[in-house]
Design a protein around this ligand. Structure first.
Ligand SMILES: [Fe+2]
Ligand SMILES: [Fe+2]
Length: 255
């Protein structure tokens, strides 16, 4: 099955007209498509099935849970499959692909237990000054985002590592997240420091349980292997800042 992958289009500020990759069987939207949500409608009537996983920016200045409800409503209306700690199965040419999707917010454990506090401190500006999301009427700070990250992580780890969740007919496992599962996905433009834990998680052990892991969030491109598993990021980022140099708008990746 061939997958077209788009993420980090940032249509709240960027101009981008998506085009169908002619040989794709599925379109994956891996988050940060439009902080205002409206332009997710650009993919209406897409000729192949669309799977959508929310990014962080879809939550900017909004109630966290209401945002997930609104995105799900929009996806339902458009006929897309939205995945947030959920799985679906796709059958293509006699093969069954299990698909696991979650935003996978950061748990800030990238540098081990001793790095948690420093990593959370480095994320405060983003959470409190940029994202400004709320939950149950209260500001959603770094601690609340970490709770969400741990929830995503625990769900995904259980799905990937407990054989009880695998069906006998599953031929491959596709994972879709917004945040990255490995430090190997770090953006080479930036130095490694406490802020890196706001982009990458240290889930390399989980990657090996997947066949293909697609993510976004880092505004750069990646394609690497962990054992037999492949990790791909095809984030567009901000063309206005020259971040889209090797972005493949009609690229397809096979599973
Ligand atoms: Fe982004
Ligand atoms: Fe992001």
């Amino acid at each position: 099955m061939r997958i077209q992958l788009l993420s980090d289009l940032h249509l709240e500020t960027e101009n981008f007209a998506p085009q169908v990759a002619e040989d794709a069987d599925l379109l994956v939207l891996a988050g940060d498509i439009d902080a205002n949500h409206h332009q997710i409608d650009l993919f209406k009537n897409w000729p192949v099935p669309v799977i959508y996983v929310a990014g962080n920016h879809e939550h900017d200045h909004k109630d966290f849970d209401q945002t997930l409800d609104a995105l799900r409503e929009r996806c339902d209306r458009l006929g897309f499959t939205m995945l947030e700690c959920e799985q679906t199965r796709i059958t293509h040419r006699g093969r069954t692909i299990r698909v696991l999707g979650t935003t996978l917010w950061n748990d800030f454990e990238l540098f081990g237990p001793e790095g948690i506090e420093r990593s959370m401190r480095a994320a405060r500006y983003f959470a409190e000054q940029v994202q400004c999301a709320t939950r149950h009427g209260k500001p959603m700070g770094v601690a609340e985002l970490r709770d969400e990250g741990q929830h995503c992580r625990d769900w995904l780890r259980e799905q990937l590592t407990n054989p009880a969740h695998r069906a006998p007919q599953d031929d491959a496992t596709l994972v879709i997240t917004h945040f990255a599962p490995s430090l190997r996905s770090n953006d080479p433009r930036y130095p490694l420091n406490a802020s890196t834990a706001s982009f990458c998680n240290a889930y390399d052990d989980m990657i090996a349980h997947s066949t293909l892991w697609l993510h976004g969030h880092l505004h750069c491109r990646h394609d690497y292997r962990v054992g037999a598993a492949r990790v791909v990021c095809n984030a567009r980022g901000l063309a206005s800042k020259g971040e889209d140099s090797d972005f493949q708008p009609q690229g397809v990746w096979e599973i």
